[in-house]
Design a protein around this ligand. Structure first.
Ligand SMILES: [Zn+2]
Ligand SMILES: [Zn+2]
Length: 89
């Protein structure tokens, strides 16, 4: 169980975002603004592999790359969906 929101924030030393905006600790910076790593491409990179955090735009993504926006926040219990787990007794 973890946060379902796309993590955009992380510590300045972190190489990748770890927390969503709602769970970002103080001092976190926005890591989301990734551009396609292909030289000369100015498109926003949203695709890549989980092992290599370089990002690729939709035009340059490889068949093995996946949409990294589907990654989840590290914070447990962030999946506060009003559709369920709303009632407690
Ligand atoms: Zn979160
Ligand atoms: Zn590109």
């Amino acid at each position: 169980m973890s946060c379902l929101r796309w993590p955009s924030y992380g510590s300045p030393d972190a190489r990748k975002p770890e927390f969503c905006a709602g769970h970002a600790p103080a001092g976190s910076v926005n890591k989301k603004k990734k551009k396609c790593c292909v030289d000369g491409c100015r498109s926003t990179g949203t695709f890549g592999s989980l092992d290599d955090y370089r990002m690729y735009c939709v035009q340059h993504k490889d068949i093995t790359h996946r949409d990294l926006r589907s990654r989840k926040c590290n914070e447990e219990g962030c999946d506060k969906q009003p559709s369920y787990q709303s009632f407690k007794g």
